[in-house]
Design a protein around this ligand. Structure first.
Ligand code: ZN
Length: 475
């Protein structure tokens, strides 16, 4: 081989990179806008009324008022006569389940939401349970998270039924009353569906939304639909004393053992960055729209540049990094009660968020291997594994269509959710579990979720109902 033949390799690589960048085109189909004749005043009033129930869920039962939950359920049943007439209604723990029979039971859909809210914190301008309506907004705890989606589901189904329309497939409306504390109602509803042999074709719950600046160089807003959720794992490391006194301490005590463990865990590279399908799909949907040529070249050629993307992720940190890996946060520590007493036992609490395909078992194995100390006990105190990844196919495109019929110029992309929702319980019985809240939200709006002065624009309230009607027409 002549020496100049070696030059062919870089030239070939550059050619492939150029061709792939040119072929890296957006693939999104334009949709005609569809707006339905809905009673906007009624829709806004329904949400306002829902916000007036103090359905605060709390792991401390004394902070909950069961009567408010009861009153909320009674209100829903009275407010939606068409649904009540057509549906079979049942309660599971605090969960509400409506089943509306369609012509077929083959491809059932479940529309989910929750009607509990997180407690009130900080100083609100108005009463958080006033349901105050202004010219442009509806105000109150739960306006964004997520009585708005419950309202949009109920109003859209009521609208369709009032027009005497029939559904092709069975439709379930499932609302839990303890999502914020990972309570039992969503699980109870899933158990009930399983006992009835129901295998949903599609499940849609709260989750992603329409956001701006989702990807570098992309000017358009993006509607991100969660297709998987990271897992949640709490670990407690415990070390016990092997004797000694603070005045004559041994070289190692429970606290030094644990400090060493924390240091090696913190430095460890065992939790590697890995590209999984939800992240790949997100990049493929958004990167072709980037106005930045270097970004386009990078993401059109992940086969070559993945190490560069991983480097950027490590440098950026935050949510970008957390999409790629299991994260590790040291959250709790305990030792002895007094500064002059050696602890008989000390503990460290660590919170992990598991990336898809890494299990709690994998993590525990890694921890033990890294800390290499038989005196430290590694125990799981709470766990919910990462979900499976939902298919992105015709079911996904139905949601995409319903979005673009309302918001015609937003990009629609699958993504990986870092937060957890009730719909994680459905992955075992459904291959299309999607997480999306039909609202266009700013950074300021997102800060109001679990924050103060939560409100939603009336535009979002109305658009949400139109979104669900568009979806119902396809079911
Ligand atoms: Zn929520």
């Amino acid at each position: 081989m002549e020496w100049y033949a070696l030059l062919l390799i870089p030239i070939l690589l550059i050619l492939i990179v150029i061709v792939r960048t040119i072929q890296f085109k957006p693939n999104q189909f334009p949709e005609m806008k569809k707006k339905h004749e809905i009673d906007e005043k009624r829709v806004v009033e329904s949400l306002s009324k829902m916000l007036q129930f103090k359905t605060i869920s709390s792991s401390d039962k004394s902070n909950e008022d069961e009567n408010e939950f009861k009153k909320f359920r009674a209100f829903i049943k009275e407010r939606y006569p068409f649904i009540l007439e057509h549906a079979e209604y049942s309660e599971h723990e605090r969960g509400m389940l409506f089943k509306i029979k369609g012509e077929s039971a083959e491809f059932p859909t479940v529309l989910m939401s929750h009607y509990d809210v997180v407690p009130i914190n900080g100083d609100w301008i108005h009463d958080p349970f006033s349901g105050l309506v202004s010219d442009t907004t509806v105000y109150g705890r739960g306006a964004l998270d997520t009585k708005s989606s419950l309202n949009a589901v109920m109003e859209s189904v009521e609208h369709v039924l009032s027009k005497d329309k029939k559904f092709k497939n069975d439709l379930y409306l499932a609302f839990s009353g303890d999502e914020e504390i990972s309570g039992p109602s969503a699980k109870a509803i899933v158990e009930h569906l399983k006992s009835q042999g129901v295998k949903p074709y599609m499940v849609l719950d709260e989750g992603g939304a329409i956001v701006s600046k989702m990807f570098p160089g992309v000017k358009e807003k993006a509607a991100v639909i969660g297709i998987a959720e990271k897992g949640y794992l709490d670990i407690t490391l415990t070390a016990v004393s092997r004797g000694g006194h603070a005045s004559t301490p041994p070289k190692d005590t429970p606290l030094t053992d644990l400090s060493k463990a924390v240091t090696v865990l913190n430095q460890s590279k065992a939790f590697k960055l890995k590209m999984t399908d939800p992240v790949r799909y997100l990049f493929n949907a958004l990167a072709p729209h980037s106005k930045s040529l270097p970004i386009k070249i990078l993401f059109a050629n992940l086969w070559l540049f993945m190490p560069v993307v991983k480097m950027i992720a490590k440098k950026n940190g935050g949510e970008f990094l957390s999409m790629f890996k299991t994260t590790q946060a040291f959250t709790q520590a305990s030792g002895s009660e007094a500064s002059n007493v050696l602890p008989s036992k000390a503990t460290i609490g660590i919170n992990y968020r598991l990336r898809p395909f890494e299990t709690s078992e994998d993590v525990v194995r890694k921890i033990k291997k890294i800390i290499k100390n038989p005196n430290i006990d590694v125990a799981i105190t709470s766990v919910s594994e990462a979900t499976s990844v939902s298919d992105v196919d015709e079911a996904f495109r139905m949601v995409q269509r319903a979005i673009n019929q309302v918001w015609s110029d937003v990009l629609v992309a699958p993504y990986l959710m870092v937060a957890t929702t009730d719909s994680r319980n459905y992955h075992e019985i459904c291959e299309h579990v999607y997480k999306f809240s039909p609202m266009d939200v700013s950074k300021a709006d997102l800060a109001k979720i679990h924050g103060i002065d939560e409100d939603i624009t009336i535009e979002n309230v109305i658009n949400g109902v139109n979104f669900y009607i568009n979806l119902l027409e396809q079911l």
